[in-house]
Design a protein around this ligand. Structure first.
Ligand code: TYM
Length: 330
């Protein structure tokens, strides 16, 4: 069976963009692949975090993975900091990655532009190498992510190819899986920007998976729309296209069915229907999140970490041998 690895950061709140761009596909693919889904808390600390909140969000994110349909009996769910090999391989890959490659990462460039570069942590700069380690440790074939992670994926591939060339075949070169529809869900408040949990000012444009019905209604009601009145898929009308994409993915109706449903109707109706569909979709997920008790969660994460560690250890050992990193301990 081929392998999947993917992860999300336990910062802020999980939103519909995370679900439609990534988590939804993890669920859909988990039966065809041996799957590893990680809560990447070491990525989270590249920006300052409140320790109590980070700990709580780590567990909340694990509950969300399980509640959207990740089955712990067939997939491995674990917390990144539980498997020390991730950080050890990062050091090794740091010596293969190039400064120039990391400086070209748009996520880093955006951050460096917003803050002064001297104030961005070294960890933030190095973030894509930790991500490459996550992926390469599991000899991953496929990485299902949203469009914003594409560049990081390409870097992981480049690092794997270079390492294999210089030190012999060690890592599987991973392929990205970026869905044709839903890979870039836009903010409801500003359809030129992606829906994002890190952007605090964009709360209003971001539907969280744990939002209550009132919040969902309010956010859709205030959603920006385009000029014109026709409700149909049209890439050039970003706001409506985004709303229809969400409707299409949540209902499973085809694009033609969605357009037929809204034919002759106005934006107010579109927003109401979207709110109804979203609330109906979120309700059972939220109930499941509340239903997972601490003991059950601990058992799943512990088992996940053990399974992940066994594979990570074998890959790390291979990488160390490839490099000639031999000491007294086997
Ligand atoms: P993160 O936590 O920012 O996002 C988790 C996943 O959600 C996707 N995503 C979106 N998809 C569609 N529309 C949006 N508006 C949207 N916003 C986010 C992301 O593309 C991602 O797939 N670096 C990663 C986490 C990571 C990782 C990995 C992923 C660490 N190691 C190894 C894959 C493999 C991140 O910060 O994702």
């Amino acid at each position: 069976m081929k392998r999947i690895f993917s992860g999300a950061q336990p910062t802020g709140n999980v939103h519909l963009g995370n679900y439609l761009g990534a988590l939804r596909n993890w669920v859909a693919l988990q039966r065809e692949y041996e799957s590893f889904f990680c809560i990447v808390n070491l990525h989270a600390i590249t920006l300052p975090q409140d320790p109590k909140i980070l700990a709580a969000k780590t567990r909340e994110l694990a509950r969300i993975y399980l509640s959207v349909g990740i089955d712990p009996n067939i997939s491995t769910v674990f917390v990144q900091s539980d498997v020390a090999e991730h950080t050890e391989l990062t050091w090794i890959l740091n010596c293969s990655a190039r400064m120039g490659e990391l400086e070209r990462m748009t996520q880093f460039k955006d951050k460096a532009r917003k803050q002064q570069e001297e104030n961005v942590s070294v960890g933030y700069f190095d973030y894509p190498v930790l991500m490459a380690s996550d992926i390469l440790l599991y000899q991953t074939n496929l990485v299902p992510v949203g469009e914003d992670q594409k560049q990081h994926l390409e870097l992981a591939r480049d690092i794997a190819i270079r390492f294999n060339r210089d030190y012999g075949q060690t890592f599987v070169v991973p392929e990205p899986f970026i869905p044709k529809v839903g890979a870039r869900i836009m903010s409801l408040a500003d359809p030129t920007k992606k829906m994002s949990k890190s952007d605090e000012e964009s709360e209003a444009g971001c539907i969280m998976l744990l939002d209550d019905a009132d919040a969902v209604r309010r956010k859709f009601k205030r959603a920006v729309t385009d000029s014109g009145t026709e409700i149909r898929f049209d890439e050039s009308r970003r706001a409506i296209n985004n709303l229809l994409t969400i409707y299409h993915l949540l209902t499973g109706k085809s694009a033609a069915e969605v357009e037929a449903h809204f034919s002759g109707k106005g934006y107010a109706r579109l927003k109401e229907d979207l709110a109804d569909v979203t609330i109906g979709f979120l309700k059972p997920i939220q109930e499941r999140v509340r239903g997972i008790d601490d003991d059950k969660l601990d058992a799943i994460l512990k088992q996940g970490a053990e399974k992940a560690e066994a594979i990570a250890r074998a890959t790390l050992k291979h990488a160390k041998e490839s490099l000639g990193l031999v000491g007294a301990r086997k």
